[in-house]
Write a protein that binds this ligand. Sequence first.
Ligand code: NAP
Length: 330
Amino acid sequence: MWEEFDITKLPYYDPKVDNKVALVTGGNSGIGYYTVLHLYLHGFKVYLGGRNSSRVNHAIKEIKKEAEIRLRKGQDEKPHDGLMIRKTGKLEYLHIDLTDLNSVEKAATKFTVQEDHLDVLINNAGVMAIPYELTKDNFEIQMQTNYVSHFLLTMRLLPLIKARKGRVITVSSLGHNLIFFNCNPGAQFNYWPSMFFMWCRYALAKTASIQFTKMLAIKNPDILCMSLHPGLVMNTNLFSYCTRLPFVGIFFWILFQFVGYFFGVSNEQGAISTLKCALSSDLSAETDNGAYFTTGGYPSKPSRVANSLDNAASTWIWTVHELRDRGHEI
Ligand SMILES: NC(=O)c1ccc[n+]([C@@H]2O[C@H](COP(=O)([O-])OP(=O)(O)OC[C@H]3O[C@@H](n4cnc5c(N)ncnc54)[C@H](OP(=O)(O)O)[C@@H]3O)[C@@H](O)[C@H]2O)c1
């Protein structure tokens, strides 16, 4: 059992003085929602990267309301770090559809026009265990949403991240352990029974996310790159494909609730690992670059496959070639 970390101990910033900027993909629901809430409470201007304007704008309203309530109650309002009054940051919507590489390019360009630096990029958005489908860029949908598009987004924003020695945090999953032998990230796993192989496709994408972080750290020692498992957070929308299936959906729902009850954490607790990586001043590029964390922000070790630098290098080369073939030069 992990000991709950007090998020209010993480540094607060004055939006006017420090001008801290973060981008969180999938910031409108689940773990991303609470990640955005706390960055906002810590004085960040946060861009919520999302594909649906009404869902993101609704989340922005809710986060502002929630932040106001917490500030009124005095939570998250312990003045320290020289700040006498707690000041919230700002929230902005950035349109990005991760199933479309052109949308990723447009989002990166728009961000670059609006900001001259990025302190924290959080590659959080994801889909899990959904049927086999190819995106219009001809990638398997879980591979593109969870990994390839985040690779492209990170590479496009790298100059802004480097501008103030920022951080790149990529949300992976414990589920990556399902890939226990080295395989090409282009493997489609489009086999029967699809109910099993859809989990393998998720695991492959999350393995690639950890390998990407490791290579990014090696290639860019001046910025801090980390990946993590947020915890088992059973009440987010991530499980909705399985729980909405006719007939068997109810069994999935019961199974997930059971797992959540004994081993799970809340949506807000699921954001702790990300927030520690984003904000903790105990972490540095010199000592923690490429590291992997688990529930509650504890350092951990990913699978042998994900940890291998040879595999990470092959995944990197595969991604650069695949993107180049589709007209996106890295
Ligand atoms: N929950 C867990 O137990 C758990 C465990 C391990 C890892 N994770 C990882 O944690 C991250 C957050 O998951 P969550 O549990 O918070 O799930 P969630 O509530 O479903 O959040 C996923 C977010 O990703 C966004 N997204 C999905 N496809 C997208 C696309 N094509 N373009 C842009 N945004 C897209 C969703 O936007 P819409 O609202 O528009 O769909 C949503 O905001 C994921 O990477 C997941 O793999 C979760």
